[in-house]
Write a protein that binds this ligand. Structure first.
Ligand code: GLN
Length: 490
């Protein structure tokens, strides 16, 4: 794989060029479409490429520039959207047979805000069906492949978005993160993925999976790009009552100024034997990089790291089983063919059996089981108690440090088909689920590579910070990015 260095100067340079007429939005769209044409079929990052809509949007931006009007801070930025975020253009399928033909009558709040800022949608990206998975293999439309090595997964569930950004099919993308679905694919593909604090970004128009865990967030090729998308789409929204009624702090002006006296906590549990040797060594590189930047490295303990998976796999399926009840073949979803004598019960059962893939059915069964009378206290209530303790554990850690550093994933990208046991797949999320359980922000950025024969595989590091500390977290990430800059497939 030939690679190229990346300047890490974010997306605003694109908008500057488009505004000044150095490049047109139309030319930018064409160059993305050309890259998709060349490698799109191999990678399968998109469920749908919206070429005509993207061209029309680019013409509108270019006309705006011609008239001397301001086309917005993200003018001409080409954006891919995870296919569980509602867009009026194209379909919104959640990579499910059930919603194969679904078109949303409205745009998600994030889409409205980003389009108003001048961004251009180029397509809807593949995901694990209803965002359930860590490899994008659970898509009903076939897996997405890792741009570094097409025999491997891109991670998931937002694997299509991470692969599209990494392969240069777009400038940036949106994903959703319920237990790691932005950060883990960013790590496995080598780009940057950012899950903001729960409540920072409106979920209106995101097809709900686990409503107390879900957050929308950006993918970009550098930290600044993520910060710029974050700035354009975050803030309270009357259409999502869980958005925080807080001013979004300016996270761009000081982004490049290194933090003095930064305290970086490294949880002992994140240096686990379960990490691959390459991941363990990149973690040490990241620690050394912070040290040489003058940060203080602090040993911390997060003993509840291990119970995150079991807690998450009670809470997330419980919420999913309720959220997915609307897909019944009547209100939403493709209706199964009925036989003579079939009643409503059969209509639901047949439609849901045909519509949902095996992992989604497993989650619904897990969820209804843990919520059923007799088990509710033993599983669901117990998980909520552990959730509170996980939050308190992070609160205590953040009394001693500003950010927490560790691997995003214990292993680099694995082979397609390499994890057939659901539990083995769930273990991929060991470092990411607790972020959602606690509702705090987390970002994954590349910090090194593992050489496996002739291929090199990216390895991401995760930084987590206290709730609503995005501006500090992004600055801390930017420091690491400058010390260990990423490269991308040419
Ligand atoms: N991999 C986790 C799961 O399968 C997380 C998914 C997500 O964040 N959407 O549930």
């Amino acid at each position: 794989m030939t690679t190229q260095a990346h300047a890490c100067d974010g997306l605003h340079t694109i908008a500057q060029q488009v505004r000044s007429g150095t490049v047109t939005a139309s030319a930018r769209v064409e160059s993305c479409l050309a890259r998709i044409e060349a490698r799109g079929a191999q990678i399968h990052a998109f469920n749908e490429v919206l070429a005509a809509d993207a061209r029309a949007a680019a013409l509108r931006i270019d006309a705006c520039v011609q008239r001397g009007e301001s086309p917005g801070p993200l003018a001409g930025v080409v954006l891919a959207i995870k296919d569980n975020i509602a867009t009026k253009i194209g379909h919104t399928t959640c990579s499910s047979r059930f919603l194969e033909n679904y078109r949303s009558p409205f745009d998600a709040t994030v889409i409205q805000r980003l389009e108003a800022a001048g961004a251009i949608l180029i397509g809807k990206t593949n995901l694990d069906e209803f965002a359930m998975g860590s490899s994008t293999e659970n898509s009903a439309f076939g897996p997405t492949r890792n741009p570094w090595d097409p025999s491997r997964v891109p991670g998931g569930s937002s694997g299509g978005s991470a692969a599209a950004v990494t392969a240069g099919f777009c400038d940036a993308a949106l994903g959703s993160d319920t237990g790691g679905s932005i950060r883990q694919p960013a790590s496995l593909c080598g780009c940057v993925g950012f899950k903001p604090t729960y409540g920072r970004i409106s979920r209106y128009g995101l097809v709900a999976f686990g409503s107390s865990l879900d957050q929308i967030g950006p993918f970009a090729r550098d930290v600044r790009g993520c910060a710029e998308l974050f700035a354009a789409m975050s803030g309270s929204d009357r259409l999502d009552s869980t958005t925080a009624p807080l001013e979004v702090p300016d996270c761009l002006t000081q982004l490049d100024e290194p933090l003095r006296g930064l305290r970086v906590g490294v949880p002992r549990e994140y240096r686990s034997d379960a990490n691959s040797p390459a991941v363990a060594s990149v973690l040490e590189d990241a620690i050394n990089a912070y040290r040489s930047l003058g940060a203080t490295i602090i040993d911390v303990e997060l003993p509840l790291t291990d119970v995150g998976i079991s807690t998450y796999y009670v809470i997330a399926p419980a919420e999913a089983s309720s959220n997915l009840a609307r897909f019944d073949g009547i209100r939403y979803g493709k209706r199964a063919e009925m036989a003579a004598g079939d009643g409503l019960e059969e209509l639901y059962a047949k439609s849901r059996s045909e519509g949902f893939g095996p992992e989604v059915q497993r989650r619904i069964m897990l969820g209804t089981y843990v919520l059923s009378s007799g088990y509710y206290d033993a599983y669901y209530n117990r998980a909520l108690q552990v959730r509170r303790r996980i939050r308190e554990e992070f609160d205590r850690a953040f009394e001693r440090c500003d950010v927490l550093l560790g691997p995003t994933s214990p292993i680099p990208a694995f082979e397609i088909g390499g994890k057939s046991d659901p539990w083995a797949m769930y273990l991929c999320d060991v470092y990411t689920v607790n972020t959602n359980i606690a509702g705090i922000p987390g970002i994954s950025l590349n910090a090194g590579y593992s050489q496996e024969g002739s291929v090199s595989l990216p390895i991401g590091m995760q930084l987590q910070g206290p709730a609503f500390s995005e501006s500090l977290l992004l600055r801390a990430a930017r420091m690491l990015e400058r010390a260990l800059p990423p490269v991308y497939p040419a």
